[in-house]
Structures are given as C-alpha cells and as structure tokens.
Design a protein around this ligand. Sequence first.
Ligand code: UDP
Length: 381
Amino acid sequence: MNLNEYNYIVVGSGFFGAVIAERIANDLHERVLVIEKRNHPGGNCYSLDHPETGIHYHQFGTHIFHTSNPQVWNYIKRFTEFNGYHHQVLTTYKDRVYQMPINLETINNFYDLNLKPFEVKDFLAAEIIKTGIVEPHNFEEKALSLLGQALYEAFIKGYTKKQWGLNPTLIPMEILNRLPFRDNYDESYYFDPWQGIPQNGYTAIFKKMLNHELINVLLETDFIPLWKDIPKETKIIYSGPVDRLFDYKRGKLKWRSLSFVNGVEEVSDFQGTAVMNFAEEQIPYTRIHEPWHLHPEKENLQSKTLVIEEYSIADDGTNPYYPIRDESNLETLDKYQLDVATFDNLIVGGRLGDYKYYDMDQTIAKALETYSLIKNSHIGT
Ligand code: UDP
C-alpha cells in the first residue's frame, strides 16, 4: 500500500469518518484512504443479521436515529429510507412495567393515583421539598430535585449505579439532561421531528457512503504504526481515541463500556417492545433489547426471537462507549487537545476523538461542519 497516493487519510469508519470520506470523494473529487481497525465499517452503529433467527440487529446496542437538524436529516436520507419506528422505552421495577421517561402514567402507576396533568407539579413539589435540596450539585441531587426521593430511588438510582459503576453523587448532572420527564401521557423517548430505523440497517448506509471509486477502505488495519510513514502534506482526519494517538502519554481517558449477551427465546414476541430497562441494582443487566420490534414493518412470523442483554462494564481500553467526563478526565483531554493543535495536518473528531457522548445526528452534524473547513482550506491551497 502506498500512503503517498492520498491527499486525505480518514481514520475510523463510524459516522464521523464515513461522512467526511464520502464528502471528500463526492464533493471535493479527491482520493481518500479510510483506515479502519475493526473488520467492518460503521463503528458502533454496525448492524448485521443474526445467523439463527435472521433478525437484523445492532451489534453494539440499539441505535435509534433521531434528529431535529434539517441539514442532517436531508443528508442521511440520501443513503437510506427510514421506517416508521417511533422510540418508546419501558422500565421494569419490582416485576412491574412502567413507562420511561417518567411520565404521568409512570407516576400514577407507581403511586396508585389518578393525577391529572395540572396536578403533577404540586404533587411533585411536595415530594421534592422533603428532600431539602435547593440547588443541586451532582446527578443524585439533580434527580432528587426534579422527582423526589421515591421516584428517584425506584427508577434512577439503581439503573444509574449499574450504568456508570459509580455512586450517583459522583456523576455530572448534565447526564440527566439526556432523560426527559413528562407531566402528561406522552411516551415518546425523543421530541425530535425525525426519527426511525434505516430500512436495511446501518451497515447498508456505510457501504453506500464508502462505495466510491475515489475511496479505498482498509479494514483490520491499525493506523498508529503507519502514522510515521505518512507525508506531512497529507491531511489526516482521525476519529479514534485521542489518548491512543499519543500513546497515552498524558494518561488514559476513562470510559464506561458495554457488553452484550445474545440469546434466542422460543416465542415470537418476548417482551413486546424493542428496549426494556431494568431499574433495580440487583438485576445485573441494564436493558434487554428485542431487535425485531425495531422493524414494525416486518412482523416476526417465526416462533423464536433474538433477545440481547446489555451489561455495563468497566472499560479496559478496548471498547470505549461512554466518556466519564469528570474534572480530572477533562483536564487530561485539554492536554491532548493541545497536542493535536501542534500538527497542521491533523483533525481529531467524533465520539472517541472529542471524548463526547454524541448521538448519531450530532456526529454527522460535526462531520459536515468539519468537512466545510476541510473544503475551505482545500480551495485555499
Ligand atoms: N437513566 C436512568 N433510568 C433509566 C434510563 C436512564 O436512571 O431507566 C439515567 C442513567 O443515568 C443514564 C441516563 O439516564 O445514564 C441517560 O439515559 P439514556 O437512555 O440516554 O442512556 P443511553 O441510551 O445513552 O445509554
């Protein structure tokens, strides 16, 4: 392989890398080499058919595409049709199923009440005042100040401890912003106007993006040992972990990881929904996924279904998912970002590169922005 043949090298083929590679080929009409460590494109969005059931699933956890960004929506629609899947999550607590995010159904079911929407505020205010929290300083206090003790203990505390492997007092409160709360019966997980699952899965999107005569994809290839042989004029767009790029010289950035256990149940519908959360700390998994529900347009006609248990685990550096953005990790990140800035030809981005828990649409938006900068500097040369 001749690394001198390319003006652009993209490292990683998740959404950040794939979008930039696609734009460089289709818009800039330049050759681009994509270097991917894994044996497949798509990063953690990778999807495939389960051999035993034929059910299409997301290997790294259920990914729901959702966005409020018209530019991202128009862009992604060039590569796939979306089905009409609308995301709803349920949670099991003490063998009963409740709606999640916490809404009026959750509250009424949990307290065995029949509150009306206009009564929720006063009801919760009376619960919240008992917690004594006026100004929250961490995840636990924020949750208590929004929900009161009982709802927090039931639906948030145990799940969050499992998910992060940390006491919720040690978790930044911004994480709670990902979880909406409702005082009506709206059970949508997302407010975004556009959502769905790609008709033919995520992998088909990546194949379509990368299938171009100007794009060459090298799978199962580690970029790090090749870096020293890449000419200085070549622009490198790196979307792997930023600490790995510098051999962890400023320390390792901490991540939380996930592991998945696939199983087959001999029924056509095991849990009646795509994602079921398990709120109690004693239940070792955080969620069970049942992927055929992601494709309501294709009924599961077989008497078996794929179910996937999700476990949250400490990261050993091989499979980073959720950045642990506490003060000390953010300080380390700053140092790496200064290291990146010393290179004229290096752009670092994406979830791993920016050390941010982006949703897919945010990653695509960032990639499109980054591409505009690349294009401007290309015209300038
Ligand atoms: N969370 C919770 N109970 C739930 C679901 C979520 O306490 O049933 C908390 C948990 O701390 C989690 C955060 O809300 O980390 C964000 O949840 P989200 O569903 O966005 O997590 P993701 O799907 O990104 O893993």
